[in-house]
Structures are given as C-alpha cells and as structure tokens.
Design a protein around this ligand. Sequence first.
Ligand SMILES: Cc1cc2nc3c(=O)[nH]c(=O)nc-3n(C[C@H](O)[C@H](O)[C@H](O)COP(=O)(O)OP(=O)(O)OC[C@H]3O[C@@H](n4cnc5c(N)ncnc54)[C@H](O)[C@@H]3O)c2cc1C
Length: 459
Amino acid sequence: MFESPLFDKSLYQFGNKQPSWWEASLSAGHTDPGQSLSSNQTCDVAIIGGGYTGLSAAYHLAKEFQTDVRVLEAGHIGWGASGRNGGFCCMGGTMLGAHGLVKKFGIAETQKYYHAQMEAVDLVRSIAQEEQIDFEPQGDCELVVAEKLSHFEDLNEECAFKVEKLGLPSRMIPKDEFAEIGYDAPHQHGAFAEAPGFGLHPLKYCIGLGDAAERAGAKLHPQCEVTRWEKEGDVHILHTGSGYSIRAKRVIVACNGFMPEHLHKGLQSRAMPLQSQIIVTRPLTESEIAAHHWVTESPAVNSRNVYFYYRMLPDKRFMIGGRADFKGTEKGAELTAERLRQSMISLWPEWRDVAIDYSWRGFVCFTSEFRPAVGRLEDDPSIFFGFGYHGNGVNNATWIGRELARWLATGNDSNNPVPAHLPAIVHGMTSKIPFGGFRPYYARAGIGWHRFKDWIDGV
Ligand SMILES: Cc1cc2nc3c(=O)[nH]c(=O)nc-3n(C[C@H](O)[C@H](O)[C@H](O)COP(=O)(O)OP(=O)(O)OC[C@H]3O[C@@H](n4cnc5c(N)ncnc54)[C@H](O)[C@@H]3O)c2cc1C
C-alpha cells in the first residue's frame, strides 16, 4: 500500500473491498476476473490500473488488434472509482460547461467534443450488449432538476444551446409535467432532461468489461500493485507487490484519482483527486415512493453549484451522493454520511425515517485545466495516459481507453502528441498544479466558494 501525502491512508487500502451496495448486490457465486501474477512476465503493453480506462484499453487492444496486453491492478478488478461510482453514464467530463468550452476552444471543437460524448455513452451500451454484461440499465437521460424558478430559466437557455448548436436530443420538462413523470418535492421546479444518458450498475459493468477483456485474450492481474518502475534501454520494468515484475515496451497509466505519483515524475501534481461519497437507503415501501410520486428511473442531479446526484435503484433503494471531506479520514466519512442523510431529508421530507444501509466513498479526478488529459509523456512517448474525467468517467474512461488502444496499436499519428481526430479539449497533459501538496486546500477553497454562491442564491 502506498501512502499519499495528500489524503488519509484509509483511502488506499487496496486489499479491502468497499462496503458499497454495488459489492453487496453482485450475483451470488460471481468470481472476480483475473489471476495474480505468479512469475516474471513480458508483454507488449502493460496497463497500470484495472478500472474502466485500463480495462477498455485492454479489451480493445486484445479484441481489435490481438495485442499481448496485461493489466496490473493493486486491488481487485474495479477496486477504484469504476467499481464504486454512482452509475451515471451521461455527458460531461469537464468543469468548463458548454459556453466555457466554446470560449476556450471554439464552437467547432466543442461540437466535436459533444459528439464524442454522445458516442461514448453509446459505446458503453453497445459493449455491454455485445458482451452480454448484466449492467442493469435504467432511464433514458440525465435529469438536471431546477431547485428554483430562476434555475429553470437558466437551464432552458442551456438546453436550447445544446439542442440547436451541439445537436443533443434533449428537452426541458416543466414543473407540472415533471411532477407526473419525474417526482414531486418542495424543491423541484422542472428539469432539463439531458440526453443521451442512463444509469447502470457500475461494478457489474466493470467486472463484465474485465471478463470481456479476458475472453478477448488480455491478461488481468489483480492484487498486483506496481511499487517501483525502472527502465532498461527501451524496456519498462514494473515491479509489483506480488514480488514479480512485468517488462513491456509501452505502458498505459490508467489510475485517474488514485494516481501513483511516486512512480514517475511525469505524473506528479497533474491529477487533482477529490472525494465523492454515496449513501444508499433500505428499499423504500410503495407508500414512501408514492409520497414523492417517484416515477422516473433516470439518474438525476440538482441545479446547485455543489450538487447532489441521486437515483432510484432497481430494487427501490434510494441512492444520493455528493462531495465529501478534504482529509479522507474514516471519521470524516461518518460525518459526510450523516450530512448526506440530512440533505436527503431536507429535499425529500417524507423520507425522514428511512434508514441508510450503505455508505462508501472514493476519488473523482479534476485537472488544472478542468478537462480530461489524454496523451503520452513528453520525455518518454512510450508512456500513455488518460485521466481527469471530472466525476464523469463511466462513458469517458470507456471511450478514452478505446482511443488509447487504437492509437497504440495502429501507430497512426505517431508524430503527434495526440491523435488528430480526438477533440482538442482532451489533447495532452494538463499543466502541473503549483505546490502540489496543497491540492486538498485548493479543493477546499474552490468548493467553499461554490457553496457560498449556493448560499447567496438561497439553495
Ligand atoms: C463516489 C463516486 C461516484 C462517482 N459517480 C460517477 C457517476 O455516476 N458517473 C460517472 O461517469 N463517473 C462517476 N465517478 C467517476 C468515475 O467512477 C471515474 O471517473 C472512473 O471510474 C475512472 O476510471 P479509471 O479506470 O480511469 O480509474 P479507477 O476506476 O479509479 O481505476 C484506477 C485504478 O488504478 C489502480 N492503481 C492505482 N495505483 C496503482 C498501482 N501503483 N499499481 C496498480 N494499480 C494501481 C487503483 O487500484 C484503481 O483501481 C464517480 C466516482 C466516485 C468515487
């Protein structure tokens, strides 16, 4: 286990599974994909990290190009954010918003990015269907629920822009209609139904992706933390906690918010991990569901700057998530769980007596430029990376993994830092975050500022 100088060590217990609803609801008798490493090995491409990015890269490398590829994962497959997220397979991936992207990158690149986002949502569904993954899809959009009438007007303007200029098949749902087809509660003033998007079981999808990668010929090695990285000529040697090593000519770093920065100086202070935490209730009774007239299956967020994300799960448990504390201690996690429960009660007062059965947390990953980073290291182009999905990795990590695989395998654009067909928004490493040790404090200041704005706004 490595100890991050940034957060409490309880967040890096690779040997422990999360006490999540996703782990608890795996089918009886399921087995985790992969086999521990039992000798020194050589391969063409070694991938560090067994979440969606690494597994999608391995799956596509093996399936489309028959590449000899191995995934090294410190925990079990899906130990990281991929096995414990909210299961929103929706548009996103940056903090800049559509207008911010247009301002910085122009309308053509923004259109290209949104087009890729839509393709990425479809990619998840099509892999799951083709590989017969029991991913439990739910709903047909992401609902952004207006907490105030003025928010509905802002969302209406955003929706019009996204439909007309970016080609999203989205629409606005006025308050009365939303009370019929969404849910009813004192805070809802209608919603923006941003499509495409849907909810899924994130761990079942992740394990299914791992199984599919193995069937295609990739080798997955869980409980195999890379602890040291050296290079002999043009060969990388990844030493692992299992006592064995892997030699490879090319490496993909696919660790997102759990970035092992101590392994390579090119990775230092690029990722900005931020904790997100989720609670899940016991199954709600029919009368509790009727009390808020909950009908929708689509995943939802509210319209605050520091928003909550929530879903009604297939067995009628209610899930709500939001930002967690900035140190990452277990005590902090307990306090965050209670804060989330209080928030749930304030938003859906009829559920004041509903018990919480599950609570867990993990890292999402921001970057200094508030955009995903895809590329290869400047001082060693044999090292590829994809990270920084800003809490939107289900579709993004799957898509970026595929793009990394195709780039590596075809050698196209070998003189470019990033394949030219990818939107400029994801191109290349993001700038180093100054005084990296202060990252949790920067996050605290940023979130504090946004909470203050919400408070001024009265939400
Ligand atoms: C609570 C929570 C809720 C979220 N909700 C959503 C959501 O609803 N929708 C959405 O799209 N996104 C969501 N996200 C974000 C999403 O889960 C991530 O963006 C995505 O899973 C990133 O995938 P990844 O494969 O890049 O990284 P991860 O899944 O985090 O995988 C990285 C892996 O690298 C491994 N690793 C690190 N160091 C080493 C090492 N030295 N050796 C070997 N392995 C190593 C880790 O063990 C880890 O398993 C959420 C995240 C969290 C934490």
